[in-house]
Design a protein around this ligand. Structure first.
Ligand SMILES: *Cc1c(COP(=O)(O)O)cnc(C)c1O
Length: 354
């Protein structure tokens, strides 16, 4: 760190992304990317013509993509915001709505804490229940920004739109941000509630179910007033936040919706199979509605399992927070990858590694 950095950032603990190692080819089950490629028409959208058009700035409004998303989800284009990844949308939302403080679960997406600290927001962390379920009553009447990932990460567990309605109703003077990064894998969306609640912001991403983590594209739904707030911050930060290629890829992705539905079904099927196999090996597996499983075994330490898998060329995500350090988060890959993962787990368990 230089002596020039603003002292208020000197103690800031930045977000640590999952490993993206380059030393060898791993079976990568650690950052919840899709194991499947984008739809063929998405790759075909990367044309020579698109390349030549890179000399021009992209459309700062992203109108064509907003209209496609609006049509797909039965809302209006003015209900849609676009971000450079949903992380950027979270960034704007914390900046816009966090002044009275922010509340989120103790076990959730690690970036929430970082944004709160970046902006010096007062943050409250509410413990999930013993079984990692979320009790919506804990978030009622808070009067400050409420942030909930639904389904949650890294647990994969979901709450119902009716529970979210209770949170919205009891916090009329605060924004409730529901991060639906994983909703396409079986959770129930609260998107229809934006019609009734001017304080609801639903945030989504193309990174997980839309096989586009490298494109950096997120989107959000809310009533037009909230969308205009976010636009104001975007135009005060980086008007061309989504590059020209990613806008084109995003449009082609929405047009290929059928393809992505099929992929999600495959992942849900592999998740069901993998969970069954892990349980048969004595693992405790949380009920996941996401493209990953969160699991622990009494027979092997969480960190040791992570290390042993890595030695065998398989990356999963291990967290060191005391409450979850015995668990690993395992992204659902292809069926073949999950079979390789389970073979490695069996080998580790029988090898008596720790
Ligand atoms: C992956 C993830 C994001 C960030 O996604 P990007 O769109 O790639 O920035 C946001 N929230 C949760 C809960 C996630 O797991």
């Amino acid at each position: 760190m230089s002596g020039f950095l603003d002292p208020k950032f000197q103690t800031l603990e930045a977000y640590t992304p999952g490993e993206q190692p380059r030393d060898m080819q791993y079976i990568k089950l650690n950052t919840n990317e899709s194991p499947y490629p984008p739809a063929p028409r998405v790759v075909q959208a990367l044309t020579r013509e698109q390349g030549q058009l890179l000399r021009l700035y992209p459309d700062p409004t992203g109108q064509a993509l907003k209209e496609r998303l609006a049509r797909l989800y039965g809302v209006a284009a003015e209900n849609v915001f676009l971000g450079n990844g949903s992380d950027e949308i979270l960034n704007f939302a914390f900046l816009a709505y966090g002044a009275k403080g922010v509340v989120f679960p103790d076990i959730s997406y690690g970036f929430y804490q970082v944004y709160a600290d970046l902006y010096g927001l007062e943050r409250e962390s509410i413990p999930l229940k013993e079984d990692f379920s979320l009790d919506c009553r804990d978030y009622c009447g808070k009067g400050k920004l409420v942030v909930i990932a639904n389904p949650n990460a890294p647990t994969g567990m979901a709450v119902s739109p009716e529970q979210i309605r209770q949170i919205l109703l009891s916090n009329p003077d605060a924004v409730v941000l529901i991060d639906e990064a994983y909703v396409d894998f079986g959770g129930e969306t609260c998107l229809p509630l934006i019609r009734e609640y001017p304080n609801l912001l639903v945030v989504r991403t193309f990174s997980k179910s839309r096989c586009l983590a490298g494109g950096r594209l997120g989107y959000a739904f809310a009533q037009p007033e909230l969308i205009r707030d976010l636009e104001k911050l975007k135009y005060s930060t980086n008007p061309y936040n989504i590059n020209r290629l990613t806008l084109a890829l995003g449009q082609a992705t929405v047009d290929a919706d059928e393809y992505y539905r099929d992929i999600c079904e495959k992942i849900v099927e592999s998740r069901r199979w993998t969970a069954g196999q892990l349980e048969a090996l004595g693992f405790q597996v949380l009920p996941s509605q996401a493209n990953f499983l969160f699991a622990r075994s009494q027979a092997v330490d969480g960190e040791a399992l992570y290390q042993q898998l890595k030695k065998r060329g398989i990356l999963v995500r291990h967290f060191t927070a005391p409450r979850i350090c015995q668990y690993n988060r395992i992204t659902i890959g292809t069926q073949a990858q999950m079979e390789a993962f389970l073979d490695a787990v069996k080998e580790i368990l029988t090898g008596g590694a720790l």
